[in-house]
Every structure is written in structure tokens, then in C-alpha cells.
Design a binder for this molecule. Structure first.
Ligand code: FAD
Length: 486
């Protein structure tokens, strides 16, 4: 029997569940990736993510060829192309890994139905998380919606097997001889970016390495920082996090491999607070995938329904506030520097994602969905589950979100997490000459300090868009409707 492995957000050929199972169960295995027009047609022609995917599949194809196979790459509507390709290749089954996003679930249901008509089986597997769907439940057998009990149950399940069963890699190489070799008519390499209608982005200039080799390199760079992660992870001017999110998004690293590294580091260090904290972040990732699976409505509505009654700012004024936030012109240096980081690199530090999201929602009174959409367009690592989870956390409307009356102060956050203004100065050189004391709130600086720093507010750098204390009061009034509902 022959099969086809459909690679989607899992662009690697090591420790890959669907790839492994198809090789084990079949005599001959084809591999395919579809540049899906349903997704690509909506994107900017220089989207970094397409560049990242492209570079990653070029490497995947090369690696498959080294193993004796190759990657069939098409530019088409995936939901139609996969059944067509499966029939063309006369395979008995299509293998893929689970995808939990509502649009992907619908697409996969269409593919399954089309395959069924021609007698081709659909086999799918858990791969991008350690535990999925109903695997981690409360004592009462219900899905959890608060992180700490979820994490505790997650860890209990992980340690319930003595041999780290859940972290075991799938050894696909053992069966590599079953890969279907390229025929004479098969392309020698994947189509170029131009052939699928895209242009090269600035990924290389930004030093963002793609593919399996890129993921490995980033982890190697991070390995020595793991033990101190709990101390460094909150400071955007320090290289204290792994930068692996884009690799986790496109599956060029294995989540099992990363979790294993964390667990091993914890064992070596007799607990290892740094590694344990990092593992916790990987558990947050599983948590949000689980939430999206059980509550797909969160994709456009509040997890806590009473929060849908909140009235956000509207009209031209709201549009102006939103544009200023998007462009990094709020007059709050940390917020603006963070938005510039996002615009220039497609990445934003986690602390700053929390600060900017909170600022948009609770200082400017803008609907969290506007910010969520903006992040979705720009983040290299955009993942519906984590992005939605993060935004709803900041809006207090999510599961286990921060309480609505907890409102970040953008100035104290700046003083605490970028005390010397290093991050701010990097993205806002116009503020570079301000002393540390004033860089977090330039409007409070005495005139002489501004003159010395060659800075005229309103010309070189904006006045603050809102006063935080007043905005805070308005937010508490806005959220009063929630209090009434509870
Ligand atoms: P590290 O600190 O090295 O963490 C390791 C990995 O753990 C990350 O790569 C990521 O996969 C996972 N992780 C870390 N924090 C979280 C978290 N809070 N929730 C879920 N997973 C987490 N992460 C995304 O991957 N995609 C998104 O679209 C996304 N949008 C966000 C939006 C907001 C408003 C907020 C507050 C957070 C968002 N995050 C998102 C989570 C987090 O900010 C990023 O995962 C992290 O900054 C990526 O950097 P890193 O790879 O260096 O992370």
C-alpha cells in the first residue's frame, strides 16, 4: 500500500508523527506541501512568513532527497489539490498531523470527505503539542480553563510514565527506504518564491534562520541561557528567550524534543528554575491549543461571554488612536519602541506584547480584536491560539486572564523592564540623548533636559496620546458593565 504525507505546519522530517506512521505502515510514501492559495492570496507579497516557509521547504526537500525521497510542491487550493494529488498518485491513505484552528478543521473535514468518495483513507495524528484535546482533564474529567491546575495535571500526566513516553521521538529514518524516489517527470527542486507570486523579504538581513537547521541553531544559542531563563525572560534588551516561536509555529523544531531538553535540564539541575519556567511556557502553548479546540468561539468572541457587552471606542477618533498605536506614535516610549520592533522585525518580546496589548485596550479603549488582527498580520510567529489567548488575557475576557481592574502602567513597566532605556533607544534613536530618568516619560522632563537632548515634543516625538490616570478611570467605567453582569 502507498501513502501520501501532507506537510502543513510541521516542516521537518525528524520526530514527525504523520511521517513516521506513514513510513511504518506503507510500502511507498510520497510527501507533499501545498502553498495554499486560500491563505496566500490574502497576504502581502513580501510576507516574511511565506519566505520562511519557502526556505524551510527547500531544506525539507533537500533532506528528503538525502533520505531517498523528495517533496512534491504545488501552488493551489489545498482542500481540492490534496484529494486530486492522492488520486493521481493512487495512494491508499493520506497522512497528516492534527491542526486545531477552526479554518483548518473545516479544511481537513472537506479533504476527508473528498478522499472518502474515492476510497482513500485519512489518517491524522497528534504532533504539534505534548497533550491535546481531552488528554489533560480535571479530576472530574472536565476540560480545564485555569492554567495552574491545567499545568499541574499536565505535569502529572507527563511523569505518569517512567520512561518519558510522551517525549519520545518518532524514529522515521529507520524506514526511510520506503520513501518514493523522484521520477524523471518530477521537478528537481521546489518552485521559487517568484513562481508562487511572492518576493524575498528581509528575513536574511534580520538574521532569522529558517528551516530545521535554523531551529537547531537557535536552540543551541539558547541552551546556555536556559538555566537563567526565569531571571532574563522579562527584559527586552537582553537576549533572554529562545526566539523559537516561529519555528514552533511552522514545526521546524519538535515540541517533544524541546520539552525533553527542558525536562533533562531540570533533572541535571535538581529542579532547575530556569528550565522549569521555560517548560511552563511550552505548557501555556498546549493550554491555548486545548482552549481553542474546546472553545472555537474564542476566535472572535470573549471566552467569558459577559465581556462581549463592553462598549469600545468607535468612529474616527478610535481609528486615529488605533493608527497611532500601530505606527508607534503614542508618546509612551516603551509602547512605541515595541510597536516598531514588531513592524521592523515581525517579532515582539513577550513582556512588550502584554504591555502594548494592555495599552491599546485599557489606555486607548480599543476593541482587543483590532489589536489581535494587527498582530496576526505582522507576527512571524502568529498562531491563532496563543495570539488570541494573549489578547484575551490582556482584555481580561479570556480564561484565566488578569482581572479587569489590573491595568499595566506603561511608565512603571518601562522603568522596571527597560530601566536604562536600552531597548527604547535602539528603536527610538530620537530619544537616545534623554537621561535614563526621563526616557520612560519624556513629557515629564524639565525643558532644559529636553533642550540638552535636542528633543522638541510634538515635533521630534509625540506628546502622550492619553494621560494614563484618566484612561485608567475611563477603563474602570467601561468595564463596570462586566461587574454588573457577574
Ligand atoms: P520563549 O520565552 O523562549 O518561550 C518558548 C516558547 O513557549 C515560545 O516560543 C512559545 O511557543 C511558547 N510560549 C511562550 N509564552 C507563551 C504564551 N504566553 N502563550 C503561548 N505560548 C507561549 N506566541 C506565539 O507563538 N504566537 C502568537 O501569535 C503570540 N501572540 C501573542 C500575543 C499577545 C498579546 C501575548 C501577550 C503573547 C503572545 N504570544 C504568542 C506568546 C509569547 O509572547 C511568544 O510566544 C513569545 O514572545 C515568543 O518568544 P520566544 O520564542 O523567544 O519565547
Amino acid at each position: 500500500n502507498n501513502s501520501l504525507v501532507w506537510f502543513r505546519r510541521d516542516l521537518r522530517c525528524f520526530d514527525h508523527a504523520a511521517f513516521y506512521h506513514s513510513l511504518r505502515q506503507s510500502c511507498s510514501v510520497y510527501c507533499a506541501f501545498i502553498f495554499d492559495k486560500d491563505i496566500l492570496d490574502l497576504l502581502d507579497r513580501r510576507d516574511r512568513r511565506v519566505d520562511f516557509i519557502h526556505a524551510s521547504i527547500v531544506e525539507l526537500d533537500a533532506e528528503l532527497r538525502r533520505l531517498g525521497g523528495f517533496l512534491i510542491v504545488r501552488h493551489a487550493h489545498a482542500a481540492e489539490e490534496i484529494p486530486r494529488l492522492a488520486s493521481e498518485l493512487r495512494v491508499d491513505a493520506v497522512f497528516a498531523n492534527h491542526d486545531y484552528e477552526p479554518a483548518a478543521v473545516t479544511r481537513d473535514a472537506r479533504v476527508t470527505a473528498a478522499l472518502q468518495k474515492t476510497g482513500i483513507a485519512w489518517r491524522s495524528f497528534k504532533d504539534q503539542v505534548i497533550f491535546e484535546k481531552d488528554e489533560v482533564l480535571s479530576q472530574a474529567g472536565k476540560p480545564l480553563s485555569v492554567f495552574t491546575p491545567y499545568k499541574n495535571a499536565w505535569l502529572r500526566k507527563l511523569h505518569s510514565s517512567s520512561d518519558d513516553f510522551y517525549l519520545k521521538a518518532y524514529p522515521a529514518e529507520t524506514y526511510a527506504s520506503r520513501l518514493a524516489a523522484p521520477g524523471n517527470g518530477d521537478a528537481k527542486c521546489p518552485p521559487s518564491l517568484a513562481e508562487i507570486g511572492f518576493e524575498a523579504s528581509d528575513l536574511a538581513e534580520l538574521g532569522i534562520p529558517a528551516g530545521m537547521s535554523g531551529g537547531e541553531q537557535l536552540f543551541e544559542d539558547f541552551r546556555d541561557c536556559l538555566d537563567r531563563y526565569h531571571e532574563t525572560r522579562d527584559f527586552p534588551a537582553i537576549k533572554g528567550t529562545s526566539f523559537l516561536s516561529v519555528h514552533l509555529r511552522f514545526g521546524t523544531v519538535s515540541i517533544r524534543g524541546l520539552a525533553r531538553q527542558a525536562v533533562d535540564a531540570m533533572r541535571r539541575a535538581g529542579g532547575g528554575t530556569g528550565a522549569a519556567t521555560w517548560l511552563s511556557e511550552l505548557i501555556w502553548r498546549d493550554f491555548y491549543f486545548m482552549i481553542l479546540h474546546h472553545h472555537p468561539r474564542v476566535a472572535d468572541r470573549a471566552f467569558k461571554p459577559e465581556y462581549d457587552a463592553i462598549r469600545w471606542e468607535e468612529g474616527d477618533h478610535a481609528q486615529q488612536l488605533f493608527r497611532a498605536w500601530c505606527d508607534g506614535r503614542t508618546g509612551y516610549p516603551l509602547v512605541d519602541a515595541a510597536m516598531l520592533q514588531l513592524r521592523r522585525t515581525g517579532f515582539m518580546h513577550n513582556r512588550l506584547r502584554m504591555v502594548t496589548a494592555s495599552f491599546l485596550i485599557k489606555d486607548l479603549g480599543i476593541d482587543w480584536r483590532w489589536g489581535e488582527r494587527f498582530f496576526a498580520d505582522l507576527l512571524n510567529d502568529f498562531d491563532l491560539s496563543a495570539n488570541n489567548g494573549g489578547w484575551q488575557w490582556a482584555a481580561s475576557s479570556g480564561c484565566d486572564a488578569q482581572p479587569y481592574f489590573r491595568i499595566f502602567n506603561p511608565v512603571t513597566q518601562s522603568q522596571k523592564f527597560d530601566a536604562q532605556g536600552k531597548f527604547i533607544r535602539h528603536y527610538l534613536p530620537v530619544l537616545a540623548r534623554l537621561p535614563d530618568k526621563w526616557i520612560h516619560a519624556p513629557w515629564l522632563a524639565p525643558a532644559a533636559v529636553l533642550t540638552d537632548a535636542c528633543l522638541t515634543l510634538g515635533i521630534d516625538y509625540p506628546h502622550p496620546l492619553v494621560q494614563h490616570d484618566e484612561a485608567r478611570k475611563r477603563t474602570l467605567e467601561r468595564y463596570a458593565i462586566v461587574k454588573k453582569a457577574v
